[in-house]
Every structure is written in C-alpha cells, then in structure tokens.
Design a protein around this ligand. Structure first.
Ligand code: K7E
Ligand code: CUA
Length: 648
C-alpha cells in the first residue's frame, strides 16, 4: 500500500471511530456547546471560545472520506540530490523562533532564533542579540510574512510578531538572521501583522489586548475605558511611523494589494475583561484602516495625540464615526482575515459563526465616503463549518478554510459563494477533507501573493493525538501536507512540529537566495567595526588582548581550521571579558564556534563572520576554550586556555 493509501485508510478509520465514540459531527445540539467548551478550554488563546448563549449553529454537511489520487502529485518525496520547491517559513509559537521547512518534503531545515535563547548559535547571549533582546529570552511568534514588491514576495525580509512581549522582529533573507527588533509602544499582545504588498512599505501590527493607556478617562480597573492600537512600522528602517487608537481587541491583520487599506478583525467590541462579557454582543467588526486619511492626519497633526513619552504620533479613532476606520459588522468574535490573490476580496472568519464574511474591497471607498453603509461591503456569507479560522487560496478562484471544531479543511469557490448569496440553489462548497486534529491556521503555496499557485496546502493542526509515537503528555503539533493541485484535495503527509507554530507561508524557492559566506554588513557588523576602530584593529586579520579598564578586557582573535590564533590569555578574577572571534576561513559550510568552558559562553562563527560575547571571569584558575563545531580532522585540538589570576 502506498503512503497515500495508508493515510486515506487511517483517515477513514479515524472518522468511523469518532462517529461511533462521540458522534462528533452530531454534537451540535445542546451537548455541542459542552463538548466545544471542553475542547476549547484546553487551548491557547487563539481558538474559538465557548458561549453561554450562542444560538445553535446549523449542522454542516458531513465530509466524505477522500479517495486517494485526486491530485496530480504522485508523491511529496524529495530524493537525495533533489531540492524542495518551496521555502516554508513557519512561526515557532512559544519557542519564540522562526523555522524553515522544505516543502513538499516537510523536512525542517533550520531554526532561526529570534526572541528566544538558542544554545547552538549563542543567540540570546551574544553581544548583538542581547542588545536587541535586553534581558528577555522568550517570545511567542504567531505570524511570519516576507516582504513584498508588486504583489509578490521580493525575498528580502521576513517579519514576525511576538505576542508575549509586544514586539516585531525582522529577519534578513540573505543571512537568515534577525537584524531588528522593535518594541511596539503600548503594544499589549501584539498579534496580527501584515506588510504592504505593493512594495516594502509599512508593516502593520495589531495589539490584541486592550489595556489602560495613558489617555484621559482611563481607569485601570475598568475595562470599558481600555483601548488598543493598530501600529505602522517602516519595513525598510524598522522605524515606528504611527499608531491608530481604537476600542475592541484586534486580532488578525491583512493588507490589500494596492496600498490603500489595512484590515483587522476585531472581537470583544464590548470591551469586557471576562469571557461572558466578551461574548455579549451578536456582532463584532472587521476594521478597515484608510491609510491615505491616516497619513494625512499624521502629517497635519489632526486628531493626533501622544501617549506618555512615546514619540510616535497616535491618531485617535475611537469614535465609531471616525473617518479613519471603517467598522464593518461581522458575526461575533471573528478571527482570521485573508485577502484573495486577485486583490478583490477580504474574507473574515467567524470562529463562533459557521460563516465567512466576504468583503468586496472595491466597495470600501464608497463606504468611507458614506454613500453606502459599511455592511453593504459584504457580498456573501457562505456557511463553511464549525469554527472557521483562516483562509488560503489556490489562484484558481477557490478558497480553503481551516475549520477548528469540525477538524476539516473546507474547499469552496469564491464566485459561487457570491452567486449563492442571492440564489440558494447554488452550493459553493467543493470538498471537505478531515485533518488530524483541531486545525488552526492553514496556508497554501504562494497563497498570500498575486502568484498563488495552488500546489500545496498546509494544515497546522493543534492536536496530534494518535498520529505519532507517544512521547509523553506534551504531544507535538501535527502539520499536514495536502495536495491541492487537482479538483480534490488529497492528504499526503504528517509532519510533527515542536510547540507551537501558528502560521506558515510557502515561498517559491527561486525568490529566496541566502548567501553562503558572510557579507559583513548590517547593524551587527556596524557594532563590531565601531569597536575595532576604537581599538585600532582589523577584524579579519588581527588577534590581540586589550585591557579596557581595571575590570574589563577585550580579546580579539581570528580562527582558521584547525586553530585559534590565540591559544592562551590572562585575565584577573572579576574581569568582564569580551571575546570577539573572526572566522577567516572562506570555505562553504566551514563553521567554527567558541565555547569558554564553565562560563555559559558558546557561540557560532560562520565562514567570514565575526561574533562576540561578554562574560565575567568570576573564578580563579585555568579554563579551556574550544571550537564546538566539527570543522576539521583536528577539530578536537582546536582549543586554548584562559588563566584567571585571583585578585588580592
Ligand atoms: Cu493561533 Cu494566527 Cu495567533 Cu489563528 S492565531 S490559529
Ligand atoms: Cu573549528 Cu571545530
């Protein structure tokens, strides 16, 4: 039996078993809410939430188990000697990192530490990353989006949020290293982010949590006085440009293709602090930000306020009739918002409602001008299933929505959904396929660009239950690969991931061209070069120990396989010691590193790279340092001694 047949068989068996055990698809009566609440209560903050008074959603069609062979792909196997077709860029969730996964093989190729400490590379401990991170060593990355030009990826940068620390980071695609981290002023729970798509202009991010901000009338105890911010960051310079003050939690973010709008789903427009309060209203909103009006207001200083001592201009748009933000009513507690590759529609998803709200972007100007009501921008509300979260596209007019409670991906046709709005004999649903289990995000190859190619879809499942060997109570996530190249979706592969990526994008491989040898530019090298100038050093050639003060020493050394240019040095107990290592080798993949034993010092130095770390030599004695990366037959001999002299 092929792997595909096995998967299909497993799918069928699982579906049959669950029907018998729990009547999974039939639980949508009174019991459904209880089961729903049970499932939901075990989830991190992004899942659908239980309701005390939610009306019973109508039953959705039972998905049929899929026969194999619907797609054109025979296999997702990438044999030795061949390369994957896509760079998959995965957020790392609570790990605080980004991961690169080859698609379609689903092999994890690299982890890019961003908000976390990484023992392999020294990120989070080396001088540059400490400058970016301060004393923080954790983060929660949900959304990764590369920079754009002309509606498709330009292969320059990757932007990612940190929900835990209210930050946004940028990774360079040439080095696959983080070069900037920005803390969003008053960015409580910075969640949805999205760059502009016409060029590397602004990157928008939403603070999900409303909070008491330093504005008149705020009472820290009273959540009805809280507000939240939609923030614009310059993608080139990573400077904070402006913020828009609104009420309501903002969740996911998206942009149009022309640079006129940004979007945010808004839940908890009630401004409650507790679950029941957050669920009270039947409607929440899709916020549409009018970028021309906001930019003009910032330039003229109209409606601009300042928050505390933050220098970033803030446009106050809390008034429901504010000219800067269009509030389109959508069913309560929306989550995802995605824009179709033709740029025509923004699709907001219900979470608690089984429907999608399709907003026609061409109607937004009229709504901003007041000639039509905001709700008139909604041109269809297809019913997709229970707990719809996120939507991907194939570039052929179809949308693929992840349905959390049903654990399916629903393929539906956008044009048919719009036609069905006025003709209920039309069924826009093409197919539903079971995924395992409780899917969060879904995304397709190049889906968020005008070049969406409809080849592969990833379902990022929050639960893996029985799909892998039991490894204890903390199960891996399960990312599933689905072939969408044919009319029917076919499940191809299970891929375990360490907790907990939320989202991924797949970028066609010719767009991203990482370097193999360090090019020695950017803010990290600016920092080293400044020190070298100060000390009269040429980094690529010089090795020298410089006493900077009575209690600090700088050690410059080069390395070339299999030795360090410095095999011993002396410091005094209590000295702050800064080690700056430059790898002179210019051979591809010839990586060295530097580990000072017993001092928590360990970092990587790639070919032609420099890196530095600072530590305190707190104990007298002799300590070996060594190269921790296997670089040569005599790699184990690549080491030296630090002598720490006791202070009287
Ligand atoms: Cu988990 Cu994009 Cu933070 Cu939805 S979010 S699942
Ligand atoms: Cu250099 Cu091992």
């Amino acid at each position: 039996m092929s792997r595909k047949d096995e998967d299909t068989k497993a799918t069928e068996a699982t579906v049959a078993e669950e029907r018998i055990q729990t009547g999974r698809r039939g639980f949508l009566g009174a019991a459904g809410l209880v089961i729903g609440a049970g499932v939901v209560s075990t989830l991190p903050g992004c899942g659908p939430k239980p309701a005390d008074s939610t009306p019973t959603p109508p039953a959705t069609p039972t998905p049929t188990p899929e026969p194999a062979g619907g797609g054109a792909h025979a296999s997702n196997e990438v044999p030795p000697g061949q390369l994957d077709t896509y760079y998959g860029l995965w957020s790392g969730g609570q790990s605080g990192e980004i991961r690169i996964v080859g698609v379609p093989s689903m092999r994890e190729l690299k982890r890019i530490p961003v908000f976390n400490r990484d023992s392999a590379t020294g990120w989070g401990r080396d001088d540059f990353s400490k400058q970016l991170l301060g004393n923080r060593e954790s983060g929660d990355t949900h959304h990764v989006h590369p920079s754009y030009h002309g509606g498709t990826y330009d292969g320059r940068f990757i932007f990612v949020n940190d929900k835990a620390g209210g930050r946004v980071a940028r990774v360079r695609c040439d080095t696959m290293e983080c070069d900037h981290i920005v803390t969003v002023p008053f960015g409580h729970g910075t969640h949805g982010i999205f760059p502009q798509r016409h060029h590397t202009g602004l990157v928008f991010c939403n603070s999900e949590f409303q909070a008491p901000l330093p504005i008149p009338g705020t009472n820290p105890q009273d959540p009805h006085t809280y507000s939240a911010l939609h923030t614009a960051i310059d993608g080139e310079t990573m400077e904070l440009k402006w913020q828009v003050l609104v009420d309501g939690n903002m969740d996911l973010c998206a942009t149009d293709y022309e640079g006129k709008y940004s979007f945010a789903t808004c839940y908890n427009s009630e401004r409650g602090a507790h679950l029941a309060d957050m669920m009270a209203a039947e409607k929440d909103f899709l916020y549409v930000f009018n970028l021309a009006r906001i930019t003009a207001a910032v330039a003229a200083g109209t409606d601009v306020i300042r928050l505390g001592d933050s220098p970033v201009p803030v446009v106050d748009a809390r008034n429901a009739n504010s000219p800067y933000v269009l509030r389109i009513p959508v069913p309560k507690s929306p989550h995802g918002v995605n824009v179709s590759p033709d740029g025509k529609y923004a699709i907001a998803l219900g979470k608690l409602s089984p429907t999608a709200s399709i907003v026609e972007i061409a109607k937004l100007d009229a709504a901003f001008a007041g000639t039509i009501q905001p709700i008139a921008c909604i041109v269809a509300e297809p019913e997709l299933g229970l707990g719809p979260l996120h939507t991907a596209f194939d570039g052929r007019g179809n949308a693929y929505t992840s349905i959390f409670i049903d654990s399916v991906i629903c393929k539906w046709n956008i044009a048919k959904a719009i036609a069905a709005h006025t003709d209920d004999t039309i069924d826009p649903i093409v197919q539903k396929i079971d995924v395992h289990y409780q899917v969060g995000h879904t995304n397709a190859s190049m889906s968020e660009t005008k070049d969406a190619d409809g080849k592969w879809l990833i379902a990022l499942c929050k639960f893996s239950k029985d799909r892998f060997l039991n490894v204890g109570p903390l199960h891996p996530e399960n990312d599933q690969l689905i072939d969408i190249s044919g009319e029917r979706m076919v499940l191809m592969h299970d891929g375990p991931t360490y907790p907990e990526p939320h989202d991924c994008v797949m970028v066609e491989r010719s767009i991203i061209n990482p370097i193999k040898m360090m090019t020695r530019n950017g803010p990290r090298f600016d920092m080293y070069e400044a020190w070298a100038r100060e000390d009269g050093i040429t980094l690529l050639t010089d090795t020298r120990v410089i006493r900077k003060s009575d209690t600090s020493v700088r050690v410059y050394m080069t390395s070339r396989a299999p030795s360090f240019a410095l095999t011993e040095f002396n410091v005094k107990q209590g000295d702050s010691v800064q080690i700056i290592v430059t790898n002179q080798d210019s051979v591809e993949d010839l990586t060295h590193g530097f580990c000072m034993t017993h001092h928590d010092v360990n970092f990587v130095v790639n070919p032609q790279d420099t890196r530095s770390m600072t530590f305190v030599a707190d104990r007298p004695g002799m300590f070996w340092y060594y190269c921790p990366w296997f670089c040569h037959a005599l790699h184990l001999e690549m080491r030296g001694r630090m002598f720490v002299e006791a202070r009287a």
